[in-house]
Design a protein around this ligand. Sequence first.
Ligand SMILES: Cc1cc2nc3c(=O)[nH]c(=O)nc-3n(C[C@H](O)[C@H](O)[C@H](O)COP(=O)(O)O)c2cc1C
Ligand code: SF4
Length: 520
Amino acid sequence: MSAIRFFIPRDVAALAVGADAVATALQSALAARGMEAEIVRTGSRGMFWLEPLLEVQTPAGRIGYGPVQPGDIQALLDAGLLAGGAHPLRIGRPEDHPFLAAQTRLTFARCGIVDPLSLEDYQAHGGLRGLSRALSLGPAATIAEVVASGLRGRGGAGFPTGIKWQTVAATQAAQKYIVCNADEGDSGTFADRMMMEGDPFCLIEGMVIAGLAVGATRAFIYSRSEYPHANATMRAAIDAATRAGLLGPDVFGSGREFTLELRVGAGAYVCGEETALLESLEGKRGMVRAKPPLPAHHGLFGKPTVINNLISLATIPAILADGAKAYAEFGMGRSRGTMPVQLAGNIRHGGLYETGFGVTLGELVMDIGGGTATGRPVRAVQAGGPLGAYFPPSLFDTPYDYEAFTARDGLIGHGGLVVFDDSVDMAAMARFAMEFCAIESCGKCTPCRIGAVRGREVIERIMDGERVAANTALLEDLCETMRAGSLCALGGFTPYPVLSALRHFPEDFASPAKEPATWA
Ligand SMILES: Cc1cc2nc3c(=O)[nH]c(=O)nc-3n(C[C@H](O)[C@H](O)[C@H](O)COP(=O)(O)O)c2cc1C
Ligand code: SF4
């Protein structure tokens, strides 16, 4: 009889709530009962409130239990865990759980299901189909597929990925590079991390397809020091892929070379900005470069470079495997395909929810996320990271779509949503936006370097009730200068959280007016 198979995530979100201890408790309880079992350590399914999620393989499929603590193991075994028996923690087949059943998992199809470091498992679940199709299509047709899919960069700017690839492919150079932006600095985001921990071969496959398509032979993943688990898994996956011939001098017998290295940044938000990232990769301080020239023409070490967010690259295998048309069928308007939305902050059902564009912000926060974890009313949602606007519930009808968000001065960004309840002080959040910008500014341009410091001071004066009308006008003027005059989006977009807080929550800025200072 083959050993019973259990699945417990090794994703850091599960480790943080005791997944290792659950695995150890299960192992020893099974040994004490003389049972043989295999415990596969997977990535996370993305239902964080159910972590640690324990799954057991049964003839009816995998049955999940969560959140499991080590002390639950004996009772679970007594309740017939091995056969998927009834227990208050039983959630049934995870894929039937409403949170997963309603998703469209294309990019994250395997995450939480496969053993992240088994290429065999990867292939058994559809891995490498995209690469083999790309090899048969050839570079030009591969790029045409990416263009036709409508995929836009998932890192923040939403630039069409296929057009970027076309530009690099059309630029003549002896050396070209692919760079994966895994700096993932946005508040409330974790999709890049989950992919590196849960399905790293998917990213590798996407990067190999990109390299073959544009004629790049070397590639880098730029990750962050705050992600030690993801980095360890990614390194092990690169080694395994190199041993299997997926990376190296002759990718799968194609005669084409493609090597990949992981580099880890020291931790600066601005190093997620593509040109600062390239500086950092070159071993310099992470300072933003003026554009043009674009990285596609003059990127890493001055060579043509595709720099894409991790999720953009990890979506490529699904697009190639099932065709651009199938991918583009999801979404609305010019926002095609799916987005792994990350539900974070004060939210009941936090986690990763991959869905076609077009769902409304309210559906994401209230129906899918279940409102706040505290049970208090939702007051604000910051969408798109620290440079994104705060949305009040009156704007919850906004469809999740690049253009619809822009029309409301908002940002989809990397897909993060951070929820706040009615205890939030929005003036303090506006102050924090300026403070964040001041701390993280690379210092290259004045509107950001000086403006953010002055902005924080002006907000503090408003919060103190000092000449509120005049200081509010000054703040709006300063925001306009930062928006129009900053070299990159750190300084240029900081006004969005500030002005949205001011516009939608003016009551938080209204303190009893103070007399102007008198000079004795
Ligand atoms: C201050 C700042 C921080 C950024 N941080 C990230 C990041 O952490 N990850 C990312 O993919 N893109 C980030 N971006 C966007 C990148 O500059 C760039 O648009 C992206 O890597 C391009 O890849 P994509 O087209 O696949 O989105 C940031 C931009 C700015 C201005
Ligand atoms: S806006 Fe800020 S981060 Fe961007 S280049 Fe200017 S100083 Fe640097």
